[in-house]
Design a protein around this ligand. Structure first.
Ligand code: SF4
Length: 203
């Protein structure tokens, strides 16, 4: 169930490090919103698909919790964050001088104000066209060989200067990592991202 934008369903929120993608290694506060209609078979946060009544939190409370931590970087993730109107939350975060990043499949209508948009498209549900121009980073999860061809098709749609990243799907990373390494050596406009938080066992 979707609600108004001044209260949002938070599955979890925590201070940690960004483990993957272009900003890997930076300390950040994560807000994981519940709700996702994409339903990737290999999703590692299936608990985030459904929204429960007791998850709804006022955006003031979300920001208050973030302000207790020393980072200026806030990463909104999910689920699919744009399942909700993120305008009021991101305005409040900007008023509090935060850098606001989002990780999205691009399948829901865009809202809010972000400093960095990581588009992580999924083959299970196509991104909306508007995301291709906005993406600062294109992060494609590679699960099988045909994902390389698909990554190139998506890559042809995003901005020239967007960072292009291939990331192994965690459950097949041992098998797929060598293929990604060979691929980026031949196609150096791509780089590899590993989920370092999983190697480090960081929540
Ligand atoms: Fe899971 Fe993200 Fe896919 Fe939604 S878009 S099913 S949260 S991996």
């Amino acid at each position: 169930m979707k609600r108004g934008s001044h209260i949002l369903p938070v599955m979890e929120s925590f201070y940690s490090i960004q483990g993957e993608g272009y900003h890997s290694g930076k300390p950040a506060f994560f807000v994981r919103l519940a709700g996702c209609n994409v339903k990737c078979t290999w999703c590692d946060v299936k608990e985030s698909w459904s929204i429960y009544e007791n998850q709804y939190v006022k955006i003031e409370e979300i920001v208050e919790k973030i302000n207790k931590h020393s980072t200026d970087l806030v990463i909104i993730t999910g689920g699919e964050p744009f399942y909700h109107d993120l305008g009021p939350l991101t305005s409040m975060l900007k008023e509090n001088n935060k850098l606001v990043h989002v990780e999205t499949s691009g399948t829901e209508k865009y809202s809010g104000e972000f400093d960095w948009i990581c588009l992580s498209p999924k083959r299970f549900k196509k991104p909306l066209e508007e995301y291709y121009d906005m993406a600062n980073e294109l992060k494609v999860i590679v699960y099988q060989d045909s994902d390389f061809r698909w990554a190139e098709r998506i890559s042809s749609k995003v901005k020239k200067d967007a960072i292009r990243i291939l990331q192994p799907e965690w459950s097949v990373e041992k098998r797929i990592n060598p293929k990604i390494l060979s691929y980026i050596k031949l196609n150096p406009n791509w780089r590899i991202s590993l989920q370092t938080h999983k190697y480090l066992k960081v929540d």
